[in-house]
Design a protein around this ligand. Structure first.
Ligand code: HEM
Length: 188
């Protein structure tokens, strides 16, 4: 997993708890000497250790940890990768183009980056189908990111999830009829 994700996980733990908790979790994971760099890749087992520890520390299920983390990290990811986002895109358009523009940019910059396979199909003007497939089984992280994108762009999104043997399908629907703006609000 990309070092950027570990840096954002550190920010998340510090924000919801404290720096002491993060150092404690690193120690409990046996990773106290590791300094996470955003230009390096680390074993997936590290993220699994941290997620399991966060479950214990905060009394949450795995998916709840991943979703809360994704929602916390989402605005920072949007800010960091703003250069890949076409001005004027709505939240649904960003999600629709994540694979082609955002995850692909990451893979082009570093072929070792191993983002999940997202296949997104437009169902209607206000609805997308997102098919997720990854051995990491972290769709809840993606759900958190999707929710963060909706909030950042002032769009109310409802998400329905269906898990199958092949992966997970999300149906993401924009609720119409409210007076929110389509411009991004503060991205931090
Ligand atoms: C601003 C938008 C986004 C950015 C900058 C971004 C960036 C990243 C990065 C850096 C990783 C780590 C990859 C690695 O370790 O090799 C990642 C993983 C992931 N991304 Fe994205 N992402 C974005 C949007 C999304 C969206 C909309 C979804 C919706 C499903 C999503 C789902 C995931 C998931 C589930 C993972 C975890 C790894 C896995 O399941 O295999 N991302 N993303």
């Amino acid at each position: 997993m990309h070092g950027l994700i570990f840096q954002k996980l550190q920010d998340f733990v510090i924000d919801i708890s404290s720096g002491e908790t993060w150092l404690k979790m690193k120690k409990e994971a046996g990773l106290e000497d590791v300094i996470f760099s955003p230009t390096r890749k680390y074993p997936d087992e590290y993220i699994e250790k941290f997620v399991a520890l966060a479950q214990d520390h905060f009394g949450l299920e795995r998916d709840d940890v991943l979703e809360a983390f994704g929602k916390h990290m989402g605005p920072k990811l949007i800010q960091l990768f703003n250069f890949t986002i076409v001005p004027g895109w709505t939240a649904l358009e960003i999600i629709e183009n994540t694979e082609e523009y955002i995850h692909k940019t990451l893979k082009t910059a570093d072929p070792n980056v191993d983002t999940p396979k997202l296949v997104v199909t437009r169902i209607s003007g206000n609805e997308l189908k997102l098919e997720y497939n990854s051995p990491r089984k972290m769709i809840a992280l993606g759900i958190g990111i999707v929710k963060a994108i909706g909030e950042a762009f002032g769009e109310q999104l409802t998400i329905t999830r269906e898990d199958t043997d092949e992966g997970t399908t999300l149906v993401i629907k924009k609720q119409l009829g409210h007076a929110w703006t389509a411009r991004p609000q503060s991205t931090m």
